[in-house]
Design a protein around this ligand. Structure first.
Ligand SMILES: Cc1cc2nc3c(=O)[nH]c(=O)nc-3n(C[C@H](O)[C@H](O)[C@H](O)COP(=O)(O)OP(=O)(O)OC[C@H]3O[C@@H](n4cnc5c(N)ncnc54)[C@H](O)[C@@H]3O)c2cc1C
Length: 416
């Protein structure tokens, strides 16, 4: 079957690109070998960054400049004023807080932070601070960066594109047939004993860490880097809170939260804690995270909370000297595009870059009427959205004095 575009990998980059290309009238289909968002998107903190992290050193590089527009685009989509209409997705908060420890380095970092941003941090008075930051010794700022629930955005994009989503087997679910010049001529997609033969004009790989293996299967050697993280989850009597504790040019801790199906609030702890956590055992990291929480939020009673950790790798295009890319990366070889969006917030920009290459460099024209629902693969299995990390971690721990003792608590999804 001929398709204009075959997308492989249904995280935020693949789903946003699929939605956009279908809106333009391309016959596009997406193949996923596990669950939508499995890997980075479902485990991410959901912050629609506007460049603050990049500006902590005082300047925005030219490419980091692109991120300034992202909160505006997302806000329009989330309010239904722009496609994709994400108005059914959950916005956890319309802003994040930003606060400092009282070190001098921290003051200097904050000073640089306000430069060049479209979404600038605004100082808030003590009376307007959230309860948890009332006693904070340094300044507290409000930053109009939204925090979305990744799971709800994935659900929303799934619903919009249900008829163009194909599940494939995890092993040998996709097989490429290439010309001598390296172009992908056709792709066999296999699922539970059935096989589909697709002839795509262009193949877009948006498979996160899976891009490496897909590239190899297509005969490409494109440089990818993984950045491992060990994130911390906290649940219990917590309030909804989204914020960054900033120390100099570093984000000491980024906290995001969501109300889960049991009514409990779960916090995700990222930033430096998750980077340092990579070399620690879960117990050591939890002890460290609890100490950090006490230091940056003295009001919090950490002894009453339950902790867990999860490991995940960020996948990015390899940058020399171990640096991090600060914009979406799209590599083209023949009729194959490989994309790492670098951030969830960059999904609209990544989709725009892919569309631009397909239209202006590959000269592929849309072949169906915009909005036409063809439902070509009616009986083929559709991938589900991946479960959030608090639904899948099994071991929860509780802090008792200086030690971390294992609490055989029920998993978060069953807790009363
Ligand atoms: C802990 C953490 C926190 C983060 N927080 C933020 C944040 O707050 N804000 C922000 O902007 N960014 C954040 N990010 C970065 C952001 O999550 C990623 O840049 C983004 O989600 C990457 O999306 P993706 O679609 O490229 O990949 P992924 O989300 O990893 O999706 C890849 C998809 O491809 C599928 N796949 C893999 N291999 C194959 C194959 N062979 N065949 C078919 N399908 C395949 C996978 O199952 C998956 O569904 C965070 C990342 C992490 C890890």
């Amino acid at each position: 079957m001929d398709v204009d575009i075959l997308i492989i990998g249904g995280g935020i980059a693949g789903l946003w690109t699929l939605d956009q290309l279908r809106q333009r009238g391309y016959r596009a289909v997406l193949v996923e070998n596990r669950e939508l968002g499995y890997g980075q998107t479902i485990t991410s903190q959901g912050i629609i960054h506007g460049g603050l992290k990049y500006s902590l050193r005082g300047v925005l590089t030219a490419s980091a400049n692109e991120i300034r527009e992202m909160p505006i685009i997302w806000r329009d989509c989330l309010s239904g004023q722009r496609e994709p209409n994400l108005s059914s997705a959950t916005v956890r908060s319309h802003c994040c807080y930003l606060w400092q420890t009282d070190s001098l380095a921290s003051q200097a970092g904050m000073w640089g932070a306000s430069i060049q941003l479209r979404v600038k941090p605004e100082t808030i008075s003590v009376s307007h601070r959230p309860e948890l930051l009332k006693q904070s010794p340094g300044n507290v700022y409000r930053l109009d960066e939204q925090v979305i629930s990744p799971s709800s955005v994935l659900q929303c994009l799934k619903k919009r594109n249900q008829d163009a989503l194909l599940l494939c087997d995890q092993k040998q679910g996709i097989e490429f047939s290439r010309s001598q010049q390296g172009t992908i001529n056709s792709v066999n997609v296999r699922c539970q004993g059935d096989e589909l033969h697709l002839v795509p004009g262009c193949v877009v790989m948006t498979a996160g860490i899976g891009n490496q293996q897909l590239n190899e299967a297509a005969g490409l050697r494109q440089p990818m880097q993984r950045r491992p993280l060990q994130m911390v989850l906290v649940r219990g009597e917590l309030e909804m809170f989204q914020g960054h504790c900033v120390d100099g040019a570093k984000t000491r801790m980024t906290i995001t939260s969501e109300v889960i199906s049991t009514g409990e609030v779960v916090w995700q702890l990222g930033g430096q804690v998750a980077e340092l956590g990579v070399s620690m055992s879960a117990e050591d990291l939890i002890q460290h995270a609890a100490k950090e929480l006490k230091a940056i939020l003295p009001e919090l009673n950490v002894e009453s909370l339950k902790f867990a950790t999860y490991q995940v790798d960020r996948a990015e295009k390899k940058i020399s000297l171990g640096l991090r890319p600060d914009s979406p990366q799209v590599l083209k070889y023949k009729n194959i595009l490989t994309c790492w969006p670098t951030k969830l917030a960059f999904a609209p920009r990544a989709a725009e870059m892919i569309e631009e290459i397909i239209t202006n460099q590959m000269h592929i024209n849309p072949s169906v009427i915009p909005g036409e629902n063809e439902n070509l693969w009616k009986d083929w299995p559709v991938p589900n959205v991946a479960e959030s990390p608090w639904e899948t971690v099994e071991n929860w721990y509780q802090i008792s004095g200086e030690t971390v003792s294992f609490v055989p608590a029920r998993p978060a999804k069953q807790a009363a």
